[in-house]
Design a binder for this molecule. Structure first.
Ligand code: ADP
Ligand code: MG
Length: 497
């Protein structure tokens, strides 16, 4: 039987406010345990929460960016449950009246894997975001530091979160990862979340079910909690879908439950049976007024929105004539997009495509090798532009450009003219004078009589070997096409002598 995988994601994005959602305590990561949990975060008797305006503004900002409805009136509710990281006994969240509803996020899916054979290789899809609501985070249990005991650190209690919930719109792990990446790009781009996944600032719960292809009703889902890397998200969904399919094919049934992903064993494990909403005994928090958002406030936030990734990508396609793939790659972060545009300014729009190729190729590969993001790139846009202009006007080859790029990178050069300086100092200008090249070719032919003979005997390989020798003798500074042409001419001439 053919199976269809169905996925809905719930993502917790930590909002980048300086203080907590209902208290003045700091949200800074990494402080000594329990130094940043105030009486309000713990709901000690007699305290009252006060809503952080900055958290609300960030939620509105997100809602506008996904073209959602911003509720003029939303309500905070108490979600009651017991857990040692939540000594207050309830979490303040939004339930039936969230601040953001019904938005959309368009994703680019590149299908590299063998599943989903019926999907084309690259495609766009729009995911419906059902809701995004404000809530507070809980504390953290520490298991590793204390042998045989568990520590409780309540610093994170009361940290503002935006929980972003999709419809069950995704049909493969690749789509879920593409959605998570697009969402991550967006919240970081908007400046409402630092996006640091290792520190837990952006984490996903994946709801996964399977159904026979063609069936309308959804299958029973399981929910895999707290996936804090794109790789884990991908692996967990693939594993869980396989597990469910096998289970059903063997005559079993999927039970609705919460599961954990163990990256070391690459499997999901049952954590607890799934609670229903009524188990939480939600009720409006009597300590907080309903949240009223005026049209003026919405417009004021709208006026601060930057150009969004999708719009910028569209503009790169139209103005710089980039492929949609390149445009998408260059708008995966605002810093990267700004870097690109700063370099385009220096080089001129006519070279925008060459720059895009270099950035998605050599620069991206180099950053990956060093496990860096563009923020930490030691080569500035101006330095890169200067270097690439040398390729464009033919004074160095692409190969030499890579060496110069490496040199600028290694010496953490500060001067904008670093490329000029290094090319001059090392004499790397491309050999373009025909005389100079001919002299080198003559030497190479004289030193490689055997290859010349073989070429005469009709071996094409021998010609390629000679090209290689000439390139070596010029230390890569010759233009390969010119070497080819010039060598061919020389060999023809000699033949006719
Ligand atoms: P909760 O997890 O709080 O019970 P919901 O029932 O609203 O909340 O569902 C949460 C998430 O699960 C949503 O992202 C939704 O799209 C997804 N979901 C619901 N049913 C299924 C299903 N059968 N298969 C996959 N995902 C589902
Ligand atoms: Mg859930």
């Amino acid at each position: 039987m053919d199976w269809e995988i169905v996925i809905g994601l719930e993502t917790h994005a930590q909002l980048s406010t300086v203080s907590k959602i209902f208290s003045g305590a700091s949200t800074r990561f990494g402080a000594a345990p329990n130094t940043q949990a105030s009486a309000i975060d713990l709901a000690l008797p007699g305290v009252l929460p006060v809503l952080n305006r900055g958290a609300v503004e960030r939620a509105i900002c997100f809602g506008l960016a996904i073209d959602a409805k911003i509720a003029s009136h939303s309500v905070f509710a108490r979600k009651n449950y017991f857990y040692p990281d939540l000594p207050k006994g309830y979490q303040i969240s939004q339930y039936d009246m969230p601040i953001v509803e019904h938005g959309n996020l368009t994703i680019q899916v590149s299908q590299t894997s063998s599943d989903d054979k019926n999907q084309p290789h690259d495609y766009e899809k729009t995911i419906h975001i059902l809701r995004a609501h404000l809530e507070e985070d809980a504390g953290k249990l520490l298991h590793e530091e204390f042998a045989g005991m568990t520590g409780v650190d309540l610093n994170r209690a009361g940290t503002p979160l935006l929980e972003i919930v999709t419809d069950p719109d995704m049909r493969s792990a690749a789509e879920a990862v593409a959605y998570a990446k697009a969402l991550h790009t967006l919240v970081v781009w908007l400046g409402i979340c630092d996006g640091n996944m290792q520190e837990g600032s952006f984490r996903c719960d994946a709801n996964v079910s399977v159904r026979p292809v063609g069936q309308k009703e959804l299958g029973t889902r399981t929910e895999i909690k707290n996936l804090n890397s794109f790789r884990f998200l991908d692996e967990a969904i693939r594993y869980e879908a396989r597990r469910q399919i096998r289970l059903i094919e063997e005559g079993g049934r999927v039970t609705q439950e919460t599961r954990l992903y163990d990256p070391n064993r690459r499997e999901t494990r049952s954590m607890r049976s799934k609670e229903d909403a009524h188990d939480y005994r939600y009720f409006s928090d009597p300590d907080l007024l309903p949240l009223v958002v005026s049209p003026d406030w919405i417009e004021q936030v709208r006026s601060t929105l930057p150009e969004l990734p999708a719009a910028m990508s569209e503009r790169f396609i139209n103005v710089y004539e980039l492929s949609s793939y390149d445009a998408h790659q260059l708008t995966t972060s605002k810093t990267l997009a700004d870097y690109y545009e700063a370099a385009v300014k220096k080089m001129g729009t006519q070279h925008a495509k060459a720059l895009a190729n270099w950035m998605t190729g050599e620069l991206a590969a180099q950053l990956k090798r060093h496990e860096l993001t563009i923020e930490a790139c030691p080569v500035t846009p101006a330095q890169l532009a200067r270097l690439l202009m040398h390729i464009v006007n033919g004074s160095i080859s692409n190969k030499i450009a890579k060496e110069v790029f490496q040199a600028i990178w290694d010496e953490k050069a500060l001067d904008e003219e670093a490329a000029d300086r290094i090319i001059d100092a090392q004499g790397l200008q491309q050999i373009s004078g025909v005389g100079e090249l001919e002299a080198i070719i003559d030497q190479v032919l004289a030193a490689n009589l055997k290859s010349v003979e073989e070429f005469r005997a009709g071996k094409q390989k021998a010609f390629n070997a000679l090209v290689g020798q000439v390139m070596k003798a010029t230390r890569g500074k010759a233009n390969p096409q010119q070497v080819n042409a010039c060598l061919q001419q020389k060999l023809d001439e000699e033949k006719s002598v």
